[in-house]
Design a protein. Structure first.
Length: 133
């Protein structure tokens, strides 16, 4: 719940961020055998007073609805490609390539709602069964 609110605030603030040119340094999709899942890494650099390297490509975080969405996101960026980098002028370490993709936010909201529902359900069953006494 709290993380979803933080992301929403960041999305709202990002609308006012500055946009500067940057360049893609790395764009890969890989499988992590230890965690048994796919991951991505998109790194880029830009100048905002000083040269900054970053890997925070999405405001919504690293969560995607599925691997196909993750693959589509990574395929948008090629090493050496010039891109628009959006950054907070007061703190350039807060930056992203895509400030409109809210997929990660939706995943957080859905997960929070599911957890809240499960907690409500378990508490109501617990009270109904008289396990509270």
């Amino acid at each position: 719940g709290a993380r979803a609110v933080q992301l929403w605030i960041r999305f709202c603030r990002a609308k006012c961020w500055l946009t500067v040119p940057g360049v893609i340094l790395e764009s890969v999709l890989f499988f992590d055998p230890q965690r048994k899942s796919h991951h991505f890494r998109v790194r880029y650099s830009f100048v905002a007073g000083e040269r900054i390297e970053s890997g925070t490509a999405r405001l919504g975080g690293d969560w995607f609805l599925n691997n196909r969405h993750q693959e589509a996101f990574v395929s948008r960026y090629r090493v050496g490609q010039t891109v628009d980098v959006h950054h907070d002028p007061r703190n350039p370490s807060l930056n992203c390539l895509d400030r409109t993709d809210k997929t990660g936010l939706y995943v957080y909201v859905a997960t929070s709602a599911l957890c809240a529902f499960c907690a409500w359900f378990l508490i109501s069953v617990w009270l109904e069964k008289g396990w509270a006494t």
